[in-house]
Design a binder for this molecule. Structure first.
Ligand SMILES: C[S@@+](CC[C@H](N)C(=O)[O-])C[C@H]1O[C@@H](n2cnc3c(N)ncnc32)[C@H](O)[C@@H]1O
Length: 470
């Protein structure tokens, strides 16, 4: 049987009509040519947005760790270690970025399924859609009798109903592609080891059409898979050697390591993270990426300002910090994450969807207090809601009169990144933005991936970036 992209699911929100209603209501607040959408128009736009959530971006991006290597070296590794060999683009003006893509279009004709099915969980499925192999912890179902070397088709459980260790699964599933089994069922689900690890299915063909590769095709610390908007986020933060920079919500540290590279390991980075269990990964990432100028603290960043100056330890720089300590601050905080794709199964509740704004505001106000005069604060989210993006900007400008919104498109232009597949659209004009200042400056907000009319669906993952100066 042949399968094509049109067989992908149409929405990742399986159970929650209310979440769709919230998103639709938000779409109806967006002005298009000075007019609001009708309910039918909003529904159409929502449908294309939901479908877009389920698709993988077409290109794969690596960020090169310029502290220890360069784009040419990494290109050679990728060409040598990834099969089939992908095409690689490098950008002289953007030395830490390479784009990796398939030289052929495998999505056009579909691919032929094998009769033996392996089922993986939704998280593993999303990684496979983006070019990863199947690792042992992600497998939930595999038939009896399969042996290493067998050709199989890989499916993702799209409704979280497949029980770990199943032999067959007839629930809702998404076809991802084909591969070769590397592990026995006994190793995966028997008593041989409690925590099986390593590649369980080596993928050979992907329906999503992206090249098959993973971080492991490079020596440790040479680079990582990172979406281009996340890379741009730190480019526009533009940290300089010798500065004091705060990364307020740092784990797992993908952006911290980029900040260190741009600072050439000179100056100080303070990386804060609230969740203790994420600190080890953050530390290991910094170590693997040869970061020498970071100090990591496990604290709630909303409490990072010293209210009592007698508790301040200036040297070493430890939290809580005095006001106006940092030259640049990155606030890449918790958000509803709806722009991360592909999403196979999303169980976010309406309450959770609404829960982020109060915390984001607290973190933002802390950041403003910690920023030096003339400092730069970058606020970024990987979600699409107006509440966490445009409305946050309006609130921030109204609440913190010391702030000025800078233009992300201008900054991108001044950094010479125009040729490097950096595509963005400006923010939305929104009905209930109260601040005249915000209205005036709305063209300076950058949303990546989706055009202002939300119809032209581009290939990158979503991130919204807002730059403020004080
Ligand atoms: C979007 S992730 C950050 C990703 C990171 N910037 C990167 O690029 O690798 C948000 C992080 O903020 C952490 N976080 C949530 N609330 C926090 C708080 N109050 N203080 C500090 N960190 C917090 C979360 O645990 C999570 O690791």
């Amino acid at each position: 049987m042949s399968c094509s992209l049109s067989d992908y699911p149409k929405s990742p929100f399986k159970f929650d009509k209310e979440v769709r209603e919230i998103l639709k209501a938000e779409l109806q607040k967006v002005l298009h040519d000075d007019q609001f959408l009708t309910e039918i128009e909003a529904q159409e736009k929502l449908n294309s947005l939901l479908e877009w959530f389920c698709r993988a971006p077409k290109n794969t991006f690596f960020r090169i760790n310029t502290l220890i290597t360069d784009a040419d070296t990494v290109t050679n590794y990728i060409k040598k270690n990834c099969h089939p060999t992908p095409s690689v683009s490098i950008y002289p003006d953007f030395p830490e970025l390479i784009t990796v893509s398939n030289p052929w279009n495998s999505t056009k004709y579909g691919i032929i399924m094998h009769s033996v099915e392996v089922i993986v969980d939704a998280t593993c499925g999303a990684a496979v859609m983006r070019g990863a192999h199947v690792f042992a912890p992600g497998v939930v179902g595999i038939p009896h009798g399969t042996k290493p070397g067998d050709f199989v088709s890989v499916f993702a459980d799209a409704s979280k109903k497949c029980k770990k260790g199943s032999t067959t699964f007839n629930g809702e599933k998404v076809y991802l592609g084909n591969g070769i089994i590397k592990m026995t069922r006994e190793y995966l689900f028997g008593n041989i080891t409690k925590y099986p690890s390593g590649i369980a299915v080596k993928m050979t063909e992907l329906l999503s059409g992206v090249p098959i590769l993973s971080d492991t095709c490079l020596p440790k610390g040479f680079g990582l898979l990172q979406n281009v908007p996340s890379i741009v986020c730190i480019k526009v933060l533009d940290p300089q050697p010798g500065e004091t920079v705060l990364d307020m919500c740092a784990a797992p540290g993908n952006k911290t390591t980029h900040i260190a590279a741009l600072m050439k390991n000179q100056g100080r980075i303070i990386a804060l993270e609230k969740i203790k269990s994420k600190i080890e990964k953050l530390q290991n990432n910094c170590k693997d990426f040869s970061v020498k100028n970071v100090e990591i603290f496990c604290i709630d960043s909303t409490k990072a300002v010293a209210e009592d100056l007698s508790s301040v330890k200036i040297n070493p720089l430890c939290p809580p910090f005095p006001e106006e300590t940092f030259d640049r601050i990155l606030l890449d905080g918790p958000c509803s994450g709806l722009g991360q794709r592909p999403q196979i199964f999303n169980s976010i509740s309406p309450a959770e969807l609404r829960s982020y704004v109060p915390l984001q505001r607290k973190l933002f106000s802390t950041a403003v207090r910690l920023l030096k005069p003339s400092g730069i604060l970058v606020y970024s989210t990987c979600t699409i809601t107006l509440a966490e993006n445009e409305n946050m900007v309006a609130w921030a400008l109204k609440t913190h009169s010391c702030l000025e919104l800078q233009s992300v498109p201008d900054r991108i232009e001044s950094l010479g990144l125009q040729d490097a597949e950096v595509k963005y659209s400006v923010g939305f004009p929104v009905e209930d933005l109260q601040s005249e200042l915000a209205k005036k400056d709305f063209f300076t907000w950058a949303r990546f991936s989706v055009q202002t009319n939300m119809q032209k669906l581009l290939k990158h993952s979503w991130i919204n970036i807002y730059i403020f100066s004080s």
